[in-house]
Structure formats: C-alpha cells, structure tokens
Design a protein around this ligand. Structure first.
Ligand SMILES: Cc1cc2nc3c(=O)[nH]c(=O)nc-3n(C[C@H](O)[C@H](O)[C@H](O)COP(=O)(O)OP(=O)(O)OC[C@H]3O[C@@H](n4cnc5c(N)ncnc54)[C@H](O)[C@@H]3O)c2cc1C
Length: 313
C-alpha cells in the first residue's frame, strides 16, 4: 500500500493524501469495528468504491487533539452529536461515505468522568452538514471541509470500538497514517529530484549543463541519498506494522524524517531551477508549496518529536 501511495504522490500529492486518509479510516474500522460495521462501511472503502474521512481536529483541539469539545449524548436508541470538526480531508468528495469522529461523552455525572468515544457518521446523517470548502495553498485537489454536527442523530450501532477508548483508537489509526504520510513525502521528494535532475542536465550556463558543476550535482546526490533513506524508514515502519510489532516510534521517525527531507528536496529543486523555479509553469514551484502540508497533517513535526522523545524511555 505504501509503495502505491509513494508512486501516486509522485504524480499527485492530493491523491496520495486521499489514499492515506481513507486507508487510516479503513484501518480503524478493521481494528475496532464489529463484523456488521466492517461489512457495511469497510468493504466499500477497501474496494475503492467509497472514501472514508477522519474527524479529529477542532478549532480548539489541533495538536492537543484530546481537548475535543464535540459531544455525544445517548438518547434512547440513538446518539446525539453536537460540535464542529475542522480541516477534514476528502469529506467533500461525492463518494465520501463516512467520517469517523471523536466525541466527548459524560458517562458518570456532569463535570467528571468524561470519556472520548469514536462514532461512524454517515455523510447523509440528519443534522450533519459541511462548511465551505477550504481554499488552500497546497493539496488543492483535496476536498477539505468543516464538518458541522447540530443535533446530529446516529443509530446506536454507529458507536465504534470500546467505551472510553475512542481517543486511543484514533491515535492507533494515526500511526498507520503517519507511515502513509512518510510515503507521500518520499513520492513528492522523488518528483522534486526527477524534475531537478532533468533541468540540471538541460540547462546550460558558462557553456556546460549546470549538472557538471558540483554546486548543483552534490545537491542532487544528497537528494537521492536522503530519499533512499526515508523510503527505507517508511518500509521498515510498514513492515513492523504488517507483522503486528510495535511501530509508534518508527511511524513517527518515518513521518518526521521523510516530511522534513521532502521540504529540503523541494527547496533544492527550486534552487536548481534558478528564477524559473518560481514560475508556476514549472512543477517545482507547486512542489515547494505542497511539501509544507506534510509537516503539518497527522501531527506536526513538533508533535512527532514529542512522540519520539516520550518513546525514548
Ligand atoms: C490540508 C489539511 C488537511 C487536514 N486533514 C485533516 C483530517 O482529515 N482530519 C483531521 O482530524 N485533521 C486534519 N487536519 C488537521 C491537522 O492534523 C492539524 O492542522 C494539525 O494537527 C495541527 O493542528 P493545528 O492546525 O490546530 O495547529 P496547533 O496545534 O495550533 O499548532 C500550531 C503550532 O504550535 C505547535 N505546537 C502545538 N503544541 C505544541 C507543543 N506541545 N509543543 C511544541 N509545539 C507545539 C505546532 O507544532 C504548530 O507548529 C488537516 C490539516 C490540513 C492543513
């Protein structure tokens, strides 16, 4: 899967991130869903007929994702959801079927004993509307919206996983997402490298292709080496996951290293293009904007460093 995500991101990062998000929603349903939930929601996502969205971030709960204010209150055979999730990838697509959200539930009296649970919210649920599509500098093909829940009613069966474990379930799924964002980063860095190598071979200055100057070719040598290292880190984290071994640390290593490496490759690719690097007709100007998203989504670089430092013992 991560090899596909890398290749697709090399051509179109928005599509790579779409794959990442729908995969992590599929992972959450696979790990924590009932058989019935898997049949109903996971199978169409796994077949690629439907796309899943992941609803964690809120206005006051970004990096501090546990500060969620969205509430879920039981009412007879239903749950009633109120709150707003923001920056939700893919939910605006016509074939988006569900968003899996976290919401706070008071189980043991007002003011204490709040727990975070996860819920499967179908896109056509009463009381669920989308805010306007965000106008972004990157991932412009990705339909990112606010999700607004006003007295949104869900059947009891849409509760996902275990009572009180919703936040840790969502974070476990995010580990998969971090590996995918690492793969997206490797793919975009590879695109930067290929564009810069082609340009360096074609562009002549001082009577020779600029590739013949070490100031340029050493940048390309470093790009190739760092891309290879990041790819290996992504594949190692994916291998650990596939073998049911702990991989939180390796997922954060891969996401952090690959996304920061990608930003450096994008910057060097623009540099190698000189003034043309700033022109919209050259893809590297777009890559330079795109790469920033990878250091922010699914936990910023700072949050990855927090995860890594906590795992150092
Ligand atoms: C294009 C796009 C798509 C997205 N898609 C989704 C999605 O599908 N689902 C979803 O739930 N979310 C999504 N997000 C949200 C994304 O995960 C958050 O933007 C991200 O987690 C950061 O949260 P924030 O924007 O509130 O920044 P903040 O948390 O406000 O952070 C601002 C800055 O402060 C730093 N910071 C915060 N806390 C600390 C700390 N303790 N120590 C050091 N530094 C800190 C951050 O690293 C950052 O540099 C998306 C965002 C974007 C831009």
């Amino acid at each position: 899967m991560n090899i596909c995500t890398e290749e697709i991101s090399r051509g179109n990062l928005s599509l790579g991130v779409l794959l990442d998000v729908t995969t992590l929603v599929g992972e959450e349903l696979f790990q924590f869903g009932t058989e019935e939930q898997k049949r109903k929601w996971l199978v169409p996502i796994a077949r690629g007929e439907k796309v899943g969205a992941f609803g964690l971030t809120e206005a006051e709960a970004g990096s501090d994702a546990g500060a969620t204010r969205t509430t879920a209150v039981p009412d007879g055979d239903e749950w009633v959801i109120n709150g707003t999730k923001q920056f939700i990838t893919s939910i605006g697509l016509d074939n988006a079927s569900i968003v899996v959200i976290t919401a706070r539930t008071k189980t043991r009296g007002i003011g204490k004993g709040d727990v975070i649970n996860t819920f499967i919210v179908p896109k056509n649920s009463p009381g669920f509307t989308l805010g306007k599509k965000y106008d972004k500098m990157a991932l412009t093909h990705s339909a990112t919206h606010e999700c607004i829940f006003e007295e949104c009613r869900l059947p009891k069966d849409n509760f996902l996983g275990k009572e009180g474990k919703g936040f840790s379930q969502h974070l476990a799924a995010l580990q998969t997402g971090r590996i995918s964002i690492g793969a997206c980063s490797v793919g975009l860095a590879q695109a930067c490298f290929e564009a810069a190598l082609k340009y360096a071979r074609e562009r002549v200055q001082f009577g020779k292709p600029i590739y013949s100057y070490q100031g340029v070719s050493f940048k390309l040598a470093d790009m190739a080496m760092h891309i290879e290292l990041a790819r290996t880190m992504v594949l190692k984290a994916a291998w650990l996951k596939d073998n049911n071994l702990p991989h939180a640390l390796e997922a954060s290593y891969a996401k952090l290293y690959a996304s920061e490496m990608c930003e450096k490759c994008a910057s060097d690719a623009v540099q190698i293009h000189g003034g043309y690097g700033l022109m919209n007709e050259y893809p590297v100007s777009r890559y330079y904007k795109q790469c920033k998203a990878l250091q922010i989504v699914e936990g910023t670089s700072e949050i990855q460093r927090i995860v890594i430092s906590r795992n150092l013992g």
